[in-house]
Design a protein around this ligand. Structure first.
Ligand SMILES: Cc1ncc(COP(=O)(O)O)c(C=O)c1O
Length: 385
């Protein structure tokens, strides 16, 4: 029996065909597939500007650069997130304040942001990074209200949330439409909603920010429009471009995004129905009706201390049954690179002690999912409620 991974990309013949065709173009980078992919993303997300880049991490870096954030500027971000946003902020010399998360869904909440501002007596905040953990974009309206009050930029680390939507007043908007954030960033890593191999997307509706993104993405080069061999360097930029090969794959995958999302929703719904009433000490965060998730992760929370057990034991039990699970993510304050004094994040502690991501991906068929459910159910047999 083969191991069931916690996630896996789905690549088909159409994907391969388009990637192969991109190789016959004159330009295999900065060519027609880049433009087409960016245009299609713009239409799909309904934003004014959409740029691709070499990774989700690059997208986050470009976001911080293009907002002109500078040394000692204050930025707030979740205590639990993939390390990319923290690393990028620190390389830029920003002053980072970590915000505790909700103990069940692992996301920052409006209250936790306000708590962080008060506790640290922050007067001027330059930016807030929000992350839609697992692809469930809650609280956008409230984040937006706090932004209006404190006048900071919002960068959405939406790497889990391509395809997700949220309701604002009466209408639904796609994450990435940037209607209530300054910049959204996405990852096109193989395990995300769609993939380009490696890659990232950055979107905004602000033309000044857009101009900066383009400059920083390619060495800060500004070309003379009439004489092609003349150019100036306007920024200390990077090479964060994405090749046409990657964009051809991304474009082909984008054509299937609705099918991908539907498949993920089906898997999510089956898990929820089968597991939600299984045991009092098994908690599954349920999302509000004002969002349409991308179902990137399915996370369960088990109150292990009630069974005198820990998470490692459960993850090993699943592994012994050929099911690979994951934890998202080890809190940032636990890493050696974190050298701030404040390490008290009680809800993040609970979240990381109890939460496990179980397999969810487009290719997870009914038989495999039923096996996962059966093995999880078996864990709870004989455990008193
Ligand atoms: C929430 C989050 N942010 C940022 C990133 C970084 O994206 P990439 O791996 O494309 O650089 C990831 C990727 O795993 C992520 O999950």
């Amino acid at each position: 029996m083969k191991y069931i991974p916690y996630s896996r990309q789905l690549i088909d013949k159409k994907d391969s065909k388009l990637v192969l065709s991109s190789l016959s173009n004159d330009l295999i980078t900065t060519g027609p597939f880049v433009e087409k992919f960016e245009n299609n993303l713009k239409k799909y997300l309904k934003c004014k500007f959409s740029y691709v880049c070499s990774s989700g991490t690059a997208a986050i870096h470009l976001a911080m650069l293009s907002l002109n954030l500078k040394k000692n500027d204050i930025i707030l971000m979740p205590a639990i997130n993939f390390i990319a946003s923290y690393n990028m902020a620190k390389t830029m010399g920003l002053k980072v304040y970590l915000v505790d998360v909700d103990e069940l869904n692992g996301q920052i909440t409006p209250n936790k942001i306000l708590e962080c501002i008060e506790k640290n007596n922050l007067k001027k905040i330059n930016a807030l990074i929000v992350m839609f953990h697992g692809g469930y974009p809650e609280n956008i309206k409230k984040f937006y209200d706090i932004k209006q009050k404190y006048k900071f930029f919002i960068i959405e680390d939406a790497c889990h949330a391509l395809g997700a939507e949220y309701k604002f007043k009466k209408n639904f908007f796609k994450i990435g439409s940037c209607k209530h954030a300054d910049i959204s960033t996405f990852s096109l890593h193989p395990l995300k909603t769609i993939t380009s191999g490696e890659g990232g997307i950055i979107t905004t509706n602000n033309s000044k920010i857009a101009k900066n993104i383009k400059l920083f993405r390619s060495h800060g080069i500004s070309r003379n429009k009439k004489i092609h061999w003349l150019y100036d360097i306007k920024k200390h930029g990077f090479n964060y471009r994405l090749s046409d090969l990657n964009c051809a794959l991304g474009l082909s995958q984008l054509r299937k995004i609705n099918f991908f999302l539907k498949k993920r929703k089906k898997i999510y719904t089956k898990y929820l129905n089968e597991l939600k009433k299984l045991h009092l000490n098994l908690k599954i965060p349920e999302y509000s009706k004002s969002i349409k998730p991308s179902y990137h992760l399915f996370t369960i929370n088990i109150l292990f201390d009630k069974f005198n057990m820990n998470k490692d034991h459960f993850m090993k039990y699943l592994l012994n049954n050929k099911i690979i699970t994951q934890q998202h993510y080890i809190p940032i304050y636990k890493f050696s690179i974190y050298n701030e004094k404040k390490k008290s994040f009680p809800a993040s502690e609970k979240y990381i002690n109890n939460s496990v991501s179980i397999p969810i991906y487009v290719g997870l068929d009914k038989k495999k999912q039923e096996r996962i459910i059966k093995i999880i159910k078996r864990y709870f047999i004989n455990k008193k409620k």
